[in-house]
Design a protein around this ligand. Structure first.
Ligand code: DX5
Ligand code: ZN
Length: 238
């Protein structure tokens, strides 16, 4: 996985057809997505249950690019090796999932995956201060985790701005997860985000039989975000 700050669209398969993950992953990649975002929920850390490492391993052969696994589970550490062995490129754990996030991040890198750190909307950005040298990605949740299709929480935009300043030149992705649409993507892209997770906004109106709709949705989000990021960069350069 090489690093750059260009806008990357990561559809969340939480909004895909659960009976057809392989074909859905192939369809979104063929339609131009950058990463595939995989939401793991345990019914304990969040009030919803999805699937575990066996499902990740089953869909892995259907994904050519980056498999981005978002763990909304607690405890986390006992499951890291299983998710790494399932073929996850990025494993993201929540700062709020336990008392020892530092150890969790060490374990993720130790298992050979890129380490992601996710923050719930109520968690202050200063909480990442002593963790920045241990992470490859920070995920700013712009909804409360657990469900797709929720409304974007506007207050998180300034959190992204602060995070971007804290990161400086470090090769750390800023990922946004929740309520990303053509209307909200420009706000976070201008604030410095580069990986945009989108579930409902990518899958709406399409299917594996009508995959071109996925492509239209992906291109619309990417165009809106890239324009905002470019405008913000030229404003900063003046
Ligand atoms: C929420 C998940 C998200 C979710 C995003 O708990 O982590 O990845 O699927 O869905 P949308 O884009 O519909 O808000
Ligand atoms: Zn997610």
């Amino acid at each position: 996985m090489s690093f750059d700050r260009s806008i990357k669209i990561a559809p969340s398969i939480l909004s895909a057809d659960f009976a057809n993950f392989g074909a859905e992953c192939a369809a979104i990649e063929a339609q131009g997505c950058d990463w595939v975002h995989v939401d793991v929920m345990d019914g304990h850390f969040v009030p919803n249950i999805t699937f575990g490492p066996a499902t990740c391993a089953a869909i892995r052969p259907h994904i050519k690019g980056v498999m981005d696994v978002h763990l909304m589970i607690s405890p986390v550490d006992a499951y890291i090796d299983a998710f790494a062995q399932s073929g996850a490129d990025v494993i993201t754990a929540h700062l709020e999932a336990g008392p020892h996030i530092h150890r969790t991040l060490q374990a993720i890198r130790g298992a050979g995956a890129k380490a992601g750190l996710a923050l719930n909307p109520g968690t202050p950005i200063e909480a990442v201060d002593y963790l920045l040298d241990m992470v490859d990605l920070v995920c700013v949740m712009t909804v409360n985790p657990g469900f797709g299709g929720q409304k974007f929480i506007q207050s998180q935009v300034s959190k992204v701005e602060k995070l971007r300043a804290m990161i400086g030149d470090r090769p750390i992705h800023i990922e946004i997860d929740g309520g990303v649409t053509v209307d909200t993507a420009p706000l976070v892209a201008a604030a410095g985000a580069d990986v945009l997770v989108a579930g409902s906004a990518v899958f709406k109106g399409g299917s594996v039989h009508q995959p071109e709709v996925y492509g239209q949705n992906i291109r619309a989000i990417r165009a809106a975000a890239t324009a905002a990021a470019t405008a913000a960069a030229s404003k900063a350069a003046v």
